[in-house]
Design a protein around this ligand. Structure first.
Ligand SMILES: [Zn+2]
Length: 105
């Protein structure tokens, strides 16, 4: 039987976490428990995953921005390759020219 006395006065003034820390320290001091190290939690998120970023292309999903969105870049490249859009630099800025808006259709 463990002799873990917590006086009523102390119990009244300590929160549950303080009581647990007190019990833990007593168990550690008595040798009934030893320090147990664990590996830090390893999240399974990929290295590019960023909780502060949202991707407009993917409906605002968390984890990446449209700037880093490979799916979006792939779709844009596909449209360029098909000749459906073209980037034209004019006056220091880029404009997107789409065949949909042209007079060809
Ligand atoms: Zn995306």
């Amino acid at each position: 039987m463990l002799g873990l006395a917590v006086t009523p006065t102390i119990q009244m003034s300590l929160s549950k976490i303080d009581i647990l820390k007190f019990v833990y320290q007593r168990l550690l001091d008595s040798g009934l428990l030893t320090l147990t190290l664990s590996k830090p939690l390893q999240l399974s998120f990929p290295t590019w995953y960023d909780l502060d970023q949202r991707c407009e292309y993917h409906g605002g999903v968390l984890g990446h921005s449209i700037k880093n969105c490979k799916s979006f870049m792939y779709q844009v490249q596909k449209l360029v390759s098909k000749g459906q859009i073209e980037f034209v630099k004019s006056g220091g800025t880029y404009h997107i020219v789409t065949s949909i808006l042209s007079n060809d259709q």
